[in-house]
Design a protein around this ligand. Structure first.
Ligand SMILES: Nc1ncnc2c1ncn2[C@@H]1O[C@H](COP(=O)(O)OP(=O)(O)O)[C@@H](O)[C@H]1O
Ligand SMILES: [Mg+2]
Length: 363
């Protein structure tokens, strides 16, 4: 008997500090994917980089989505990463006649940054989300800011430094140039990991050290006094923007605990603003998506300095969180796209892009 469904391979977990977030996102996606359309193969990546077919998750899925835990475990039958995709697209899917689509639901470095995407390109398998360049650009806050600036997107004033460029005089020079407080961030991270709001020169020094423990590049920004506005973008060549949402941070800024642990923050959807402001920020989100080579999906984040510079681009997340409290799915629900429709659309976009690229490379 053949199975005409799409073989949906969900990669989750991963080696970044956002491993847990990914496991929660994956549980939610698996619950929402229509079993009549998708045969799901969950593949967990452990914190130390081991790949495994998540057998417990597969068994739970077979009993029905209600049997799934709220957070998946990235453990199971070990498979070689180098062989994983041939394994998944070949042997495991032998009874499915539909195409295979990979959902790299991995946040942060070694997942959202183009590395896994490069492997999927080599394997010539369709996958959800941005390609190698778009993933790498958006992940690196220093490069994303350069590309955004070159394309006229308004943003906070910043300096990007590499570890060996930091001298004992750097913190004071930064404070002189950008004022206090300052936000100090590792260039390649996410979920506020390694991000510090520094209020003194000494604190800037410590914050740089913290950021450099996560990445060789550090970004230092003026602290913007403004509202935090986020837009969900969906599409390939003709992307659409959702209604804007607003984060009301529970802590002094939208930190890791706020995002995932205690749900201290609240979201306003849609964000209160005039129709003209909504149109403006949606256009900026689509511009950011285009210039940063977004594909499939992205959440584009802004600060809104009312009475000042208006909307300032902060960052683009090519694999935004999909947990129950995450903005991306909530923004689409508020814009009339249900969670399962969102999954269907992302799969369709992955197949569309793959077909287009194959034509371009003459295969
Ligand atoms: N320049 C800034 N001014 C004010 N707040 C900021 C600034 N940069 C970051 N923040 C705060 O820190 C949070 C995390 O920073 P962000 O750049 O979004 O990093 P991440 O990729 O970890 O989400 C933001 O959501 C915001 O609350
Ligand atoms: Mg952010």
């Amino acid at each position: 008997m053949t199975d005409p469904r799409i073989n949906l391979v969900v990669l989750f977990g991963g080696q970044s500090a956002e491993h847990d977030v990914s496991c929660t996102s994956a549980a939610h996606v698996l619950r929402a994917a229509d079993p009549a359309k998708y045969r799901i193969t969950p593949v967990g990546i452990s914190r130390d980089g081991g790949w495994a077919i998540a057998a417990d998750t597969q068994r739970a899925l077979a009993k029905g989505t209600d049997a799934l835990p709220g957070r998946l475990e990235a453990t199971g039958e070990a498979i070689e990463p180098s062989l994983a995709l041939t394994h998944i697209t070949g042997k495991l899917a032998s009874e499915v006649t539909g195409p295979t689509v990979v959902v790299p639901l991995l946040h942060g470095p070694l997942g959202e940054d183009g590395t896994v995407q490069g492997m999927l390109e080599l394997a010539n398998v369709p996958y959800v989300g941005a390609g190698v360049l778009g993933s790498a650009l958006a992940m690196d806050k220093a490069m994303a800011k350069q590309v955004a600036a070159a394309n006229g997107l308004p943003q906070a004033r910043y300096v990007a430094l590499r570890a060996h460029e930091v001298t004992p005089g750097t913190p004071a020079a930064l404070v002189h140039e950008l004022g206090l407080p300052l936000f100090v961030k590792p260039a390649n991270m996410g979920s506020s990991v390694g991000v510090t709001k520094a209020k003194t020169v000494e604190a800037v020094r410590d914050a740089i050290e913290v950021a450099l423990s996560y990445d060789e590049w550090v970004v230092i920004e003026e602290a913007v006094v403004g509202r935090e506005i986020e837009i969900a973008v969906l599409g390939n060549l003709e992307p659409r923007a959702s209604v804007p949402g607003e984060i009301l941070p529970g802590a002094e800024f939208y930190d890791y605990a706020d995002k995932y642990v205690d749900d201290g923050s609240r979201a306003l959807i849609p964000a209160p603003m005039t129709a003209a402001q909504m149109v403006e920020v949606q256009a900026l989100a689509l511009k950011a998506f285009t210039v940063l080579r977004g594909e499939g999906l992205s959440r584009v984040d802004f600060f809104f300095e009312e009475g000042g510079r208006g909307f300032l681009f902060n960052e683009m997340n090519t694999i935004p969180g999909f947990t129950p409290i995450s903005m991306y799915p909530k923004l689409w629900i508020a814009s009339g796209v249900s969670y399962s429709e969102l999954i269907d659309e992302l799969v369709r976009l992955a197949l569309e892009r793959h077909g287009r690229q194959r034509r371009n490379t003459g295969h």
